[in-house]
Design a protein around this ligand. Structure first.
Ligand code: ZN
Length: 383
């Protein structure tokens, strides 16, 4: 895959290529940015380009040939010069030599998934810490002379998950740089890293991916239709992973669930029992990403209804396929204080993160939306 397969990170890709071509690649790099923006995918590209046997090189760029022996090994992420270090579950061996077979299998599976999807989050279930034994393994392997030419690239995935012992051991590795080795730390929480580690790395911040770039990516990959992509990207925070998580959910189904919920909350009297039933049905056994997606879809629906209430049927809206239904909703939103409703939705998302019971979160939110819409209606001047 070329550098351009890492979407939305052209500036960093260009910077890394210039560093490789001019032979000024630092010994340690820190790629920071939220999960799913392509940090470790960039590290893989770096390893591919620096190990390719016949790269296409210009003054400012270097692109792997994708055909040589090295490129073939890189494709499956099984290249001896590329190594990933990531958190392991508690209670497992911390040195790779003593790992149990099923853990090795999990690690292999993580690599296999990563090789087919560069945005795959390499995370083993229950894993929370990168431990000192793993860092010692890295140190040991770096002290052995390279078995083949090219550049050795060690990727410490979510490096802030190193324990304090591991961090201190790692600091020593950074202080004794090896020739032809680049250590790439990736982190979505760089503020948790030791300052002494950060200061020894060249830091590159990977920005969130633009919505339109994300939409084209999802559609080009055949993951969804343009409409679905446009529905999920506003909530994806510029992250491929988050967008894909949301796509794993049935967006249209979730949207109709949440619209039905709103419709029930806005009925005349006797709505309470139905509302509680509906909330139970949509929150029962559901995971957090899905509930978060529903709240996001609700927010967009409400913004769209307000847009139609203000600018009429042809207002620019996100749920373009639901213009008729939205127009019927719009009558309730003419005087609605949408900003305060959206703030309530934000609060509900926060409450889900704090593990407040979902039924309670949704009930509180729907009642407050009902109150603000009915309140607006009473206050509305009569024509
Ligand atoms: Zn090659």
């Amino acid at each position: 895959m070329p550098w351009s397969s890492v979407i939305g990170q052209q500036n960093i890709a260009a910077l890394l290529q210039r560093a490789i071509v001019s032979n000024r690649l630092p010994h340690a790099l820190l790629l920071s940015g939220r999960e799913g923006v392509g940090k470790s995918a960039l590290a893989v590209e770096l390893a591919r380009a620096t190990n390719c046997e016949a790269p296409h090189v210009s003054d400012y760029s270097i692109e792997a040939c994708n055909e040589c022996h090295s490129c073939t090994q890189m494709r499956s992420l099984q290249h001896p010069n590329l190594r990933f270090v990531m958190s392991l579950p508690a209670g497992t061996a911390d040195a790779e030599n003593d790992m149990k077979a099923d853990l090795i299998e999990d690690l292999q599976q993580a690599l296999a998934n990563k090789s087919t999807n560069p945005y795959h989050q390499m995370r083993i279930e229950g894993a929370t810490q990168i431990r000192i034994g793993q860092i010692r393994d890295v140190k040991r392997s770096l002290s052995l002379s390279a078995t083949q030419r090219g550049r050795r690239v060690v990727v410490i995935v979510e490096a802030h998950e190193m324990t304090s012992e591991a961090s201190n051991a790692f600091l020593k590795t950074l202080e004794e740089p090896h020739p032809n080795v680049t250590i790439v730390l990736t982190s979505s929480r760089p503020e948790r890293l030791l300052q002494t580690i950060v200061s020894r790395c060249q830091q590159l911040a990977c920005p969130p991916i633009d919505d339109d770039v994300l939409v084209s990516y999802l559609v080009d990959k055949g993951l969804c239709t343009t409409t679905e992509a446009q529905l999920v990207t506003p909530f994806a925070d510029g992250s491929v992973t988050r967008a894909r998580d949301f796509l794993g959910e049935d967006v249209q189904g979730n949207r109709s669930d949440v619209v039905e919920l709103l419709r029930t909350a806005l009925r005349g009297r006797d709505f309470r029992a139905d509302l509680v039933d509906r909330i139970r049905a949509i929150t029962d056994g559901r995971n957090k990403p899905r509930m978060e997606l529903m709240l996001s879809l609700l927010a967009v629906w409400i913004r769209d209804a307000k847009a139609i209430a203000v600018a009429g049927y042809d207002a620019p809206i996100q749920n373009a396929d639901q213009r008729e239904a939205l127009t019927r909703f719009a009558t309730s939103f003419g005087h609605a204080d949408v900003a305060s409703i959206l703030a309530d939705i934000e609060k509900a998302v926060g409450a889900l993160h704090r593990n407040v019971t979902p039924v309670l979160v949704f009930l509180r939110l729907m009642l407050s939306i009902r109150r603000s819409l009915f309140h607006a209606r009473v206050k509305a001047p009569t024509a």
